[in-house]
Design a protein around this ligand. Structure first.
Ligand code: ATP
Ligand code: MG
Length: 401
């Protein structure tokens, strides 16, 4: 089927004034970056939507796929244009007959009310039309919907809506430093941070002996998958050995909670450099012994940045379900020697901030922070073009969000 354009709708209707302009221009810039290099005619901005003009050579599949990775989009759909006249609308509606396969219901609305017909009259004419003209099997209860929007100069027709991610365009909430491990949770946390408009800079603590080994590990592959939502990302790889060497003198039961403080502090230093206001982690309240409220509070004392934990209220099953949907799960469960994977048999579950302060000073970890950062590798990751579209799998729905 030959479409004229792709309609892109954003849904945060509460947006007002300056907020709204920032949202729209940010989304416009993110979408134009995401579709750069793909064939299309033009990306144009309307009041509450964009359209991507198509011709016979446009890469419709690639464009739809790119849109499914852009936070801030409520839904999108390939559309056909018609003249704002009942006859032409019916003619164009008939061209959906193959696409629709079974029965369809019609949902018509007018955003311009100056034409000679209203929505009811349009639908009435379609119901009365002989099957040989309309070529569609109309049924109020059908699961497929043919949407018709009549505007001043044209009408737009599309079959169903493809759900976008929703949320806010990446960048509208500023930058954050994401503590990314090799596990299941932090990639999911990063997705939710991006969904609320945060632009991530990644920080990973590694146990490799050299730069080549880090860059050949699964972490850059993981970041590549996440970078599809943000059109690229910067990653800091910081060696864990300076901490591990300094922590030899520590009671092992406190090692994790002190290492958390250390990770947060390094993240805060990177945040300072990058102009990021927050730190994001994949922690979930009570998920493991080290993630008690007491331990989290003890770890975060004195960290000069807001720490966001988007998965605070998630069960592990919910996180796994989301990781599968994001296609990060397979990578997360690949074997990997993560810093935190050396499980201490009985980690402290009720550490206090004072205990962490004391151990931090005893092991001179303030100095170790600077030393670790000096040995950091910074990498710029380009997004991997997706072969398929996770958000299109559950795409059919009838009502806009
Ligand atoms: P994940 O599945 O994200 O690894 P987890 O359930 O294994 O989480 P922890 O090992 O306690 O839990 O890690 C909690 C959080 O600390 C992670 O979600 C991540 O944000 C951060 N973190 C852990 N290890 C690292 C690491 N090597 N580099 C950067 N951040 C890390
Ligand atoms: Mg982990």
């Amino acid at each position: 089927m030959k479409y004229d354009a792709i309609l892109v709708r954003f849904g945060e209707l509460w947006l007002k004034g300056e907020n709204r302009d920032t949202f729209i221009s940010s989304l416009y810039s993110n979408v134009s970056t995401a579709i750069r290099g793909l064939r299309f005619k033009a990306l144009t901005k309307q009041r509450d939507s964009f359209t991507i003009g198509l011709d016979g050579r446009s890469d419709v599949g690639g464009l739809l796929s790119a849109l499914s990775f852009a936070p801030g989009i409520s839904w999108f759909s390939p559309v056909i244009f018609a003249k704002p006249e009942v006859k032409d609308i019916m003619k164009k509606a008939a061209s959906f007959s193959k696409e629709a396969k079974g029965k369809v219901r019609i949902e018509a609305k007018r955003s311009f009310k100056g034409h000679k017909f209203n929505s009811m009259e349009l639908v009435g004419a379609m119901i009365r039309a002989p099957k040989s003209t309309l070529k569609l099997d109309l049924d109020k209860g059908a699961s497929d919907t043919l949407y018709i929007t009549v505007e001043k100069d044209c009408a737009m027709l599309h079959l169903n809506k493809i759900s976008g991610i929703g949320g806010l365009p990446v960048g509208t909430s500023g930058k954050c430093v994401v503590l990314l491990s090799g596990g299941i949770d932090s990639p999911v946390a990063s997705f939710y941070a991006m969904k609320r408009g945060l632009l991530p800079v990644y920080l990973h603590f590694h146990t490799f002996p050299d730069k080549e080994a880090v860059l050949k590990s699964k972490i850059p592959v993981m970041v590549q998958a996440l970078a599809r939502y943000s059109n690229g990302a910067r990653v800091y790889y910081v060696p864990a050995y300076p901490f591990q060497a300094a922590a030899m003198r520590m009671d092992t039961r406190f090692e994790l909670v002190v290492f958390k403080r250390f990770m947060y502090n390094i993240a805060a230093r990177i945040a300072e450099k990058e102009g990021a206001l927050s730190i994001v982690t994949g922690e979930s309240v009570g998920q493991v012994a080290s993630q008690t409220i007491e331990n989290m509070a003890a770890s975060q004392k004195g960290v000069p940045r807001l720490i966001l934990r988007p998965l605070s209220g998630f069960d592990k099953e919910e996180i796994i379900r989301k990781a599968r949907q994001l296609d990060t799960y397979g990578m997360s469960i690949q074997e990997y020697k993560d810093v935190c994977s050396i499980r201490i048999r009985r980690p402290a579950t009720r550490a206090t901030a004072e205990q962490v302060d004391r151990l931090y000073a005893k092991c001179k970890l303030g100095g170790v922070e600077a030393k670790s950062l000096k040995a950091a590798i910074v990498d710029e990751v380009r997004p991997q073009r997706p072969p398929r579209t996770p958000h299109q799998r559950s795409s059919r729905r009838r009502t806009p969000s």
